[in-house]
Design a binder for this molecule. Structure first.
Ligand code: 15L
Length: 265
């Protein structure tokens, strides 16, 4: 059975870079998109969408926004390394509020996880989704927490979720690391559509990267979700910036996140 495009889709983090891209793409395909963010939406809200300003750490506000949702795309929260005090409400309390909203409404969650869940693996290794995590930051730990809340809510409550371990989602790769980690915006949208429309996902994890020749990431749940990647960072190999010169940054998959505050070299 195909996905009913009139069903409610919630997008958190709508005012951020990926949120704004997804907003336009979602509103062209679906008819009932509810956008939310702690910051005002900086563009005209498209037809088929409406914007509600709210803090994802506010449980009551999230409960109301998630009411009757079929799918919650959780792209909100802190998207880079910050102090634990900053990460805690945005990424820990926030993701629990989202899964609670999903549980109450029988919704599916699509979670913007990150490659910083595995950042301290060396670049010489190819990882599967069942390779143990190796976070490179409080931010990476918070994304592992979100994935594990997804695991718990599926096993305990039957809430389905798809976790996109996003590499570097950008219009174009900018540096050598991105030749391995790049996720084109059309490939991101393809993954989001597959995650929304798959008949059944259960608990799923996808590497959020395009079909890059220099990938560090192998087996994931793409096959059973019907995900296809069209782009390859190699097309940009001639124009990206070279290595940074920092040995820690260059050694590990998480790049500069591994070098922040690092005393063991
Ligand atoms: C991420 O998770 C961040 O949100 C983004 O700002 C980049 O740092 C990206 O990872 C990356 O690793 O390139």
């Amino acid at each position: 059975m195909s996905f009913d495009k009139t069903r409610k889709i919630v997008l958190t983090g709508a005012s951020g870079n990926l949120g704004r891209f997804l907003t336009q793409a979602l509103a062209e395909r679906y008819e009932n998109v509810v956008l939310t963010d702690i910051a005002d939406f900086p563009e005209t809200v498209p037809a088929n969408a409406r914007f509600v300003r709210a803090d994802i750490a506010d449980a009551e506000a999230m409960a109301s926004i998630c009411e009757d949702a079929a799918v919650i795309l959780h792209f909100g929260g802190v998207s880079t390394e910050k102090s634990f005090e900053t990460i805690l409400p945005a990424n820990i309390v926030g993701v629990v509020n989202i899964f609670e909203g999903a549980r109450r409404n029988g919704a599916r969650v699509v979670f913007a996880s990150s490659n910083h869940t595995i950042g301290f693996h060396e670049r010489s290794r190819t990882l599967d989704i069942d390779t143990p995590t190796r976070p490179d930051s409080f931010y990476g730990v918070s994304k592992i927490f979100g994935e594990n809340i997804g695991r718990l809510y599926f096993d305990k409550h039957g809430v389905e979720s798809v976790h996109l371990r996003i590499g570097s989602a950008l219009p174009e790769p900018l540096d050598k690391r991105h030749l391995s980690t790049w996720l084109s915006l059309p490939d991101l949208f393809g993954m989001v559509v597959a995650a929304i429309e798959a008949e059944r996902t259960e608990f799923a994890v996808l590497w959020g990267a395009s079909a890059n020749t220099r990938t560090w990431w192998a087996k994931d749940d793409s096959g059973r979700l019907g995900v296809r990647r069209a782009d390859n960072a190699e097309a940009f190999a001639g124009k990206v910036a070279g290595p940074t010169g920092d040995p820690v940054t260059e050694r590990f998959q998480g790049g500069s996140y591994c070098a922040m505050d690092t005393v063991v070299r």
